[in-house]
Ligand binder design. Structure first.
Ligand SMILES: *[C@@H]1O[C@H](CO)[C@@H](O)[C@H](O)[C@H]1NC(C)=O
Ligand SMILES: *[C@@H]1O[C@H](CO)[C@@H](O)[C@H](O)[C@H]1NC(C)=O
Ligand SMILES: *[C@@H]1O[C@H](CO)[C@@H](O)[C@H](O)[C@H]1NC(C)=O
Ligand SMILES: *[C@@H]1O[C@H](CO)[C@@H](O)[C@H](O)[C@H]1NC(C)=O
Ligand SMILES: *[C@@H]1O[C@H](CO)[C@@H](O)[C@H](O)[C@H]1NC(C)=O
Ligand SMILES: *[C@@H]1O[C@H](CO)[C@@H](O)[C@H](O)[C@H]1NC(C)=O
Ligand SMILES: *[C@@H]1O[C@H](CO)[C@@H](O)[C@H](O)[C@H]1NC(C)=O
Ligand SMILES: *[C@@H]1O[C@H](CO)[C@@H](O)[C@H](O)[C@H]1NC(C)=O
Ligand SMILES: *[C@@H]1O[C@H](CO)[C@@H](O)[C@H](O)[C@H]1NC(C)=O
Length: 585
């Protein structure tokens, strides 16, 4: 322990003694504990505790009615703990006093066999977010939880549920099922993907969102008022990010159901901050006057976005001295390591922001370019190469392989806002992955579904698209929950399918592509194989749409390539499968 961390620990103990229930709320303690160094991101919990402690040592707290319009959530489960979240709203709208809630974690959904309980308080300083860690739980166990006011006439939140993970050394686990999502744009369509997946509780263990959980844009013309963005402006200030998160929670019951039924494993992409972010800017903002949005520079905007994300999402801060660190690992026994990475907000060099595409393309292979810090890169590589689990899952944002996609003028090019724009970092990970068996890359961001054999650029000519020989891993990339297809808006079904066909013809290692349907995929990991079932919503303008199984892609243990015949030898339900009418060399 360094002197600094000792002093910090001592100070924290003091404020814990002053008003422990405030200290229990992790929203005050993430993403940073460095007050006042990390302004916006850190709180002076001691001052807060003193402010709400009366002369006689008793603590002030709100005693009135409250309700839970934003629901509850759990996330980042370990073998013995999980994060629980809620966001009470006081009757009448506001109070200057701390709002205190009891949390109860139980073995049953009636909350009678309580195994862990505690009290935590929240205030307007953290937008009334309330985040606690429930502890001393048993591994591989389903739990139920709720929040309640203390005292007579107690009000309770809905009851939520989550499963703890197996212990990292547990060699007996034989299945892990993740529902994987990305790109949920509230005014662009219904969250049918969440509605369908939230009903799969017999099958799905956790839900994973690889980013674009919220969008930062302004109100969308023609959108249903019940799904419209709030506030209606493009967001940049802390209050605005908070209101945007609140609008998502408050307006969408399917999103609340996902959070209620499963523990979440989430990472951000660009839109949690702004479109096409890199370390110090985005498509429309930067730190020069011309790049101020709502009057503030990008670096302030980013802090605000990060702060609101930590307040609203049930995630852990794994290192409170590394405020931008969201990358972290979960170990699911010996079956799988789930590595959640951040290719977006943490030390990413300049990306494609539309007007600089040619420039970013010209530097995309520079060895000095970073897609993430060396610290994260080396951490991830080490986690993958030293893993003793069968499956090494790399859950991250943007497409890892380099598909050529058609531009507006009919020519094909790579997407320089994805790994294609950072070839040195990509090469580093290709080398890492080639040292081990059974890496599975999960991606989002692209608003279309893809399955790749992962092939280093240098050895692509030796790759055999028929058998997959030459592939070192697989990549499963999911379509958006609701964001518009990257193939284009309002094409006909045959136009969408023709585009998918064109893509698999152009890209030898792209084995499946589909771009019409919104949806998600279910990843099932077992000791002998991993399987991705791609689910597509039939009509995302219909709030009660059904879903169809678009395709199933599997990979057998130690094969590092998609299993042939692809999709059991059948065409996918829309889109295109390589071989059936694809790559001809
Ligand atoms: C109990 O609390 C609810 C909600 O806060 C309130 O509407 C109700 O009037 C209260 N009942 C009593 C008897 O205090
Ligand atoms: C709630 O009260 C706090 C101060 O206690 C204030 O900063 C905040 O603006 C108030 N919010 C609303 C919506 O009135
Ligand atoms: C900053 O952003 C503005 C608005 O998008 C843009 O016009 C300008 O070129 C950017 N400046 C830099 C240095 O990136
Ligand atoms: C990209 O960079 C690598 C490593 O410096 C080099 O071997 C390769 O030839 C470069 N590729 C292109 C297309 O310039
Ligand atoms: C097509 O557009 C790309 C950029 O999107 C540009 O690099 C290329 O030169 C254009 N080709 C033609 C033939 O206009
Ligand atoms: C696309 O289709 C939707 C639903 O059919 C329709 O409301 C919208 O106007 C269409 N947009 C365009 C640009 O044609
Ligand atoms: C990968 O699997 C193959 C086939 O079972 C095996 O020969 C090889 O040793 C494995 N490699 C590693 C690094 O475990
Ligand atoms: C194609 O799909 C059908 C029905 O879904 C299935 O019965 C059949 O076995 C599949 N074909 C192959 C070659 O697996
Ligand atoms: C798959 O679809 C293509 C295009 O519609 C068709 O030509 C081909 O016969 C189909 N193959 C199978 C196995 O159904």
């Amino acid at each position: 322990m360094t002197l600094l961390s000792f002093v910090v620990a001592l100070l924290l103990l003091q404020c814990a003694a002053a008003y422990p229930e405030l200290f229990n709320n992790l929203a005050y303690r993430s993403p940073s504990l460095r007050f006042p160094t990390d302004s916006v991101l850190a709180h002076d919990v001691g001052a807060l505790a003193r402010r709400h402690t009366k002369r006689d040592g008793s603590t002030a707290r709100y005693e009135g009615g409250l309700y839970f319009p934003y629901g509850i959530a759990s996330g980042d489960p370990l073998a013995d703990s999980a994060i629980l979240w809620t966001h009470p709203v006081v009757a009448g709208g506001n109070t200057s006093l701390p709002v205190c809630l009891q949390y109860q974690t139980a073995k049953d959904d009636k909350i009678t066999q309580v195994v862990d309980t505690g009290l935590a308080c929240t205030t307007s300083d953290v937008d009334y977010s309330l985040k606690v860690e429930t502890k001393n739980l048993k591994a591989k166990t389903r739990y139920y939880y709720r929040f309640s006011t203390v005292g007579k006439n107690s009000t309770s939140s809905p009851v939520g549920s989550f499963k703890t993970m197996p212990r990292p050394d547990d060699a007996t686990v034989d299945k892990l099922t993740l529902a994987v999502f990305s790109c949920s744009n509230l005014p662009y369509g219904f969250f049918n993907a969440y509605r369908k997946a939230s009903a799969r509780t017999n099958e799905v263990d956790y839900f994973t969102h690889v980013g674009d959980w919220i969008y930062e844009g302004k109100a969308v013309k023609g959108a249903l008022e019940e799904r419209q963005f709030e506030p209606r402006i493009e967001i940049a200030h802390l209050d605005e990010y908070r209101q945007r998160h609140a609008a998502y929670r408050g307006k969408d019951e399917n999103l609340r159901a996902m959070l209620q039924n499963y523990a979440a494993l989430t990472v951000w992409d660009d839109h949690e901050v702004a479109d096409n972010t890199y370390k110090d800017g985005s498509a429309d903002s930067n730190n020069t006057k011309a790049g101020y949005v709502n009057g503030i520079p990008f670096s302030e905007r980013k802090k605000n976005a990060v702060k609101a994300y930590y307040e609203w999402m049930p995630i852990r801060q794994v290192d409170t001295t590394d405020k931008l660190r969201i990358y972290r690992q979960f170990q699911y026994g010996k079956l799988a390591d789930i590595n959640m990475a951040d290719t977006r907000q943490e030390d990413r060099d300049i990306t494609d922001i539309y007007y600089n595409t040619a420039y970013v393309k010209s530097i995309s292979n520079d060895s000095s370019r970073h897609m993430m810090s060396n610290k994260q890169r080396d951490w991830l590589s080490q986690k993958i190469t030293s893993s003793s689990a069968t499956w090494k899952v790399l859950a991250q944002q943007v497409i890892f392989n380099n598909p050529l996609t058609p531009g507006s003028n009919g020519t094909f090019d790579e997407n320089y806002d994805a790994w294609s724009g950072y070839k040195a970092t990509q090469r580093h990970f290709m080398q890492t992955i080639s040292k081990v068996n059974n890496t599975i890359i999960l991606s989002g961001d692209s608003h279309a579904a893809w399955a790749f054999d992962t092939v280093p650029v240098e050895t692509m000519s030796a790759y055999d698209p028929k058998t997959g020989a030459g592939s070192i891993a697989v990549e499963f990339a999911g379509t958006a929950v609701s964001s518009t297809s990257s193939y284009g808006k309002n094409l006909t079904t045959s136009q969408y399918n023709a585009r998918a066909q064109q893509l698999v013809r152009k890209n030898a290692n792209l084995q499946f592509a589909e771009g019409q349907k919104r949806g998600y995929f279910v990843l099932t990991l077992q000791p002998h194989e991993a399987r991705a079932d791609y689910w597509g919503v039939v009509d995302n303008n219909d709030r009660n749409s059904d879903e169809v199984l678009v395709a199933t892609m599997t990979v057998e243990k130690d094969q590092n390539r998609l299993k042939r015949p692809l999709n059991g030898g059948n065409n996918s339900t829309g889109g295109a499968i390589q071989g059936l009418e694809g790559y001809t060399g």
